[in-house]
Design a protein around this ligand. Structure first.
Ligand SMILES: Cc1cc2nc3c(=O)[nH]c(=O)nc-3n(C[C@H](O)[C@H](O)[C@H](O)COP(=O)(O)OP(=O)(O)OC[C@H]3O[C@@H](n4cnc5c(N)ncnc54)[C@H](O)[C@@H]3O)c2cc1C
Length: 306
């Protein structure tokens, strides 16, 4: 087992982690960022971003991710690839376990983000066989096909619009009688002739021999059930925090998002949280990077004081 001493450990390499890494290494803190899959986080599975300032013509998620990584790397940020499995946060020296390594530091920023929520209607059987959470990754497989999309928020609507570039028909199933998404996205979806809204409905199951063939939906007002013949089902019904590895001593809300104050400080001195993993009213790239700028700056102040 090897041991490394840093000023700051950042857990997660999405927009929040990369921004915190840029701020911290630019402030000359000896900083390591730990990422378990690939830097970029959820923006790697985002087709097109048109609400992040500085890109008036919009930018693809992977391109924005590349730019954030390039900028973070300019200031000697260290990277460790692996999954954080455990942490010991009490006291002045914080330990973070990654595989057989224990990293230690004076402060930690948890920026581990969130993952898509699942329907729990047996869709696991069709992972890679028609069920997807990522239009950018899987949309092109559905050229001239029919798909069901589930959800009513910004992500569901934006990604359904993207799917119409490939699929000949997108049924958008939403449990209410109006969308939650931003008005401009609602207008685009409702005007798009390749999108058919399935209001007041929930997905209750799916079937097929080798892949998805039918998606069952139930109208929550009338109780009526029907099967929609479809080749795929894209699910965008919210997110769950990536906090499985988080120490019980860290205060979380009822959904297991980490509680912080306005300085992004948690209840444990020297431990900060930023981005989608935080208990916050809005989870976007702009809020993730804003949180992280504060978290890294407050971590710097904390370290200077110790
Ligand atoms: C399909 C889709 C479309 C979206 N479109 C937009 C949009 O148009 N505009 C917008 O502003 N926002 C959009 N969002 C939301 C935006 O992507 C998120 O708000 C943002 O990515 C949050 O950044 P984050 O760094 O907090 O978390 P994430 O992006 O989730 O990154 C967290 C990182 O932490 C890593 N990690 C997790 N657990 C561990 C662990 N145990 N050890 C090590 N690493 C770990 C993950 O692998 C991941 O790379 C979209 C999201 C999705 C899914």
């Amino acid at each position: 087992m090897s041991e490394t001493q840093y000023d700051l450990i950042i857990i997660g390499g999405g927009p929040a982690g990369l921004t915190a890494g840029m701020y911290a290494s630019r402030a000359r803190l000896n900083t390591v960022l730990v990422e378990k899959v690939a830097t970029g986080g959820q923006i790697l599975i985002t087709d097109w971003i048109e609400n992040y300032p500085g890109f008036p013509e919009g930018i693809s998620g992977p391109d924005l991710s590349d730019k954030m990584l390039e900028q973070a790397k300019q200031f000697d940020l260290h990277f460790e690839y692996g999954e954080v499995e455990k942490m010991a946060l009490e006291g002045d020296v914080k330990s973070v376990m990654v595989g057989d390594k224990t990293l230690t530091a004076k402060a930690v920023i948890v920026a581990s983000g969130a993952s898509p929520r699942t329907l729990h209607v047996g869709e696991e059987r069709f992972h890679g066989k028609g069920v997807s959470y990522c239009a950018t990754c899987d949309g092109p497989f559905f050229r001239d096909k029919t798909v069901v999309a589930v959800g009513g928020g910004d992500t569901a609507v934006q990604e359904s619009l993207y799917l119409t570039k490939f699929a000949k028909k997108v049924y958008l199933v939403h449990r209410r009688d109006q969308l939650r998404a931003t008005k401009i996205l609602q207008e685009r979806a409702l005007e798009n002739e390749n999108i058919e809204m399935v209001w007041d409905s929930v997905v209750t199951g799916m079937d097929g021999l080798f892949g998805v063939e039918n998606v069952s939906v139930k109208n929550v007002k009338t109780g009526e059930e029907k099967k929609i013949a479809a080749d795929g089902c894209f699910i965008w019904i919210g997110i769950l925090p990536n906090t499985e590895f988080v120490d019980e001593s860290l205060e979380m809300d009822e959904w297991n998002f980490i509680k912080t104050d306005a300085n992004m400080a948690t209840n444990i001195p020297g431990v900060f949280a930023a981005g989608d993993v935080r208990s916050t009213p809005l989870r976007q790239i702009a809020t993730a990077v804003g949180d992280s700028a504060i978290a890294a700056t407050m971590a710097e102040h904390y370290i200077q004081g110790h």
